[in-house]
Write a protein that binds this ligand. Structure first.
Ligand code: DHB
Length: 498
């Protein structure tokens, strides 16, 4: 049935957002526009675009609170829906369109219905009675995305695609949002907030969450960061005040990680005592996968290798030994002797010097300040993006960890505590309060220092321990980035039991 928009108030132009009006939720299948996407490979996909779909009835910000949906030719009611958010830096994000170069293009090519919602963020504001009101602070962005999920369920019958197979995708702060969509399904804690916005009265659990480098578990990200990087040369070169902060934060991590009660796949308890070994094994696993695929893994950054190489085919064509490619060594008893001093590098990675490796990561991209996230007012630091995310409607940033609040002679306010919990997937997994997505794909780059490795790893293990299907990797040589290895991602998504 066609539902018409009823504007109950005038649309008012304001500084950074548009304060709008009350509407009814609507989806009109006849309003689609035909388009064609050309992929970088030259392949083309015809699709129908449905844009400006308001996903709440009380639209506060017309710049962000709507969604675009794209339906590829051939999609049916059974096609899965790929819901990509464009959140970065906890900033507001406009609803995107299909992009041939990112995951949305690949999703369309593979026959997925693609939904790209906008969301308010930490700097978005509206003007109400001539006053600028910051209405995008935590957890507003997540609420918008949850409302988008509910909208897709609300119109599931009218729209191609199966709302029982929503796959969320996001990177960094967007990866955190994706993790939250996966972990917070139907949690009653969000209900009054969603109701106030006029989100559809539907379930908001999803089928799968794809999380690239999720900047999440903000309450514990500082301690993990200093525990991991506190001994690097880079951190040791900091001034005394920052080194002291680093030491104090690092000391908080063991109790936290032990409190999670995580277990490795073989049942071994994961504690602060064996956590560094776990990270080491994960980096080695990622590097081995890359090496198996032909990457050159340098030994200068801490790796050791088995000494016997694989089989070298004999060189043909009369190549002289001094013309052999650098690093190439012929087989034992093969046609040519190794070049002077060149090292045999075997097929297996056998060890990793974590001190060397962590120094390498910190050299690749300078570390964040200490504390990395809840920086406000600690050792002379300015507010971070995360302090801003937990700020108030007047745009005052806030501390969100007891440690940093105490350095400012305060405690974390009850409001901020509640918002941090609403923005943290960790406590929701296994709590019985939420319907957690059954399938997870988590990637964090092996040279990504935007948050410390334990953050995505804790998330992955907590989910795995809760019986979820988790495909996770510290992806080799990837910096802070997302939507990569798309063939691998979509082969995995295609393989999920429907
Ligand atoms: C993002 C990166 C960060 O380092 C951070 O602290 C928060 C968000 C981002 O890229 O979204």
């Amino acid at each position: 049935m066609k539902k018409s928009i009823i504007l109950l108030a005038l649309v008012t132009s304001i500084t950074t957002g548009m304060q709008a009006a009350s509407t009814q939720l609507q989806f009109d299948p006849s309003q689609g526009v035909e388009r064609t996407l050309t992929m970088p490979t030259g392949q083309t996909v015809r699709y129908t675009a449905y844009e400006k779909l308001w996903y709440v009835t009380h639209v506060e910000d017309t710049t962000y609170q709507y969604m675009n949906v794209y339906v590829p030719e051939g999609a049916t009611q059974h096609s899965a829906i790929f819901l990509k958010n464009n959140v970065g830096g906890y900033m507001p994000s406009r609803p995107g369109t299909i992009s041939a170069g990112d995951a949305t293009g690949m999703a369309l090519l593979r026959g997925y219905v693609v939904a790209i919602p906008g969301a308010r963020g930490r700097t978005s504001s509206v003007t109400i009675k001539k006053k600028q009101v910051y209405n995008g602070k935590a957890p507003a962005g997540l609420l918008d995305l949850k409302a988008a999920v509910r909208y897709l369920r609300h119109f599931d019958k009218e729209m191609p695609g199966d709302a029982e197979h929503i796959i969320s995708d996001g990177t960094s702060a967007g990866g955190a949002m994706s993790a939250l969509l996966g972990a917070s399904g139907n949690n009653p804690a969000y209900e009054p907030l969603l109701e106030k916005m006029g989100a559809a009265q539907e379930r908001d659990d999803i089928f799968a969450a794809v999380c690239y480098c999720p900047i999440t578990d903000l309450a514990h990200a500082d301690m993990a960061y200093e525990w991991l990087y506190g001994n690097t040369a880079s951190r040791q070169a900091d001034d005394e005040a920052h080194r002291q902060v680093s030491k104090e934060e690092a000391a908080l991590f063991p109790a936290y990680v032990n409190s999670l009660g995580l277990k490795l796949k073989d049942g071994t308890p994961l504690t602060a005592d064996n956590y560094l070994d776990f990270i080491k094994s994960e980096i080695m696993r990622a590097a081995q996968i890359a090496k198996d695929a032909g990457a050159t893994i340098p030994d200068s950054i801490g790796f050791t290798f088995s000494t016997e190489g694989g089989t070298f085919a004999p060189l043909n064509g009369g190549m002289k030994p001094d013309k052999m490619p650098a690093g190439m060594t012929p087989p034992k008893g093969g046609m040519m002797p190794p070049r002077g001093g060149s090292k045999r590098v075997g097929e297996y990675i056998t060890d990793l010097d974590m001190t060397k490796y962590l120094n390498y990561v910190a050299q690749t991209t300078p570390l964040k300040t200490a504390p990395a996230f809840d920086a406000l007012g600690v050792a002379g630091n300015e507010a971070s993006g995360e302090n801003d995310e937990f700020g108030d409607a007047s745009n005052n940033p806030a501390n969100f960890t007891p440690y940093s609040a105490s350095k400012n002679g305060t405690t974390v306010s009850e409001t901020v505590k509640a918002n941090e919990l609403l923005l943290n997937p960790m406590q929701q997994i296994g709590s019985g309060q939420a319907t957690v997505a059954p399938h997870w794909y988590i990637r964090h780059g092996a040279i990504d220092r935007d948050t410390a490795f334990p953050i995505p790893l804790n998330l992955a293990l907590k989910l795995q321990n809760a019986g979820k299907d988790v495909n996770y990797l510290l992806a080799w040589n990837r910096p802070h980035s997302g939507d990569y290895a798309l063939h691998e991602l979509f082969d995995w998504l295609d393989s999920l039991p429907k």
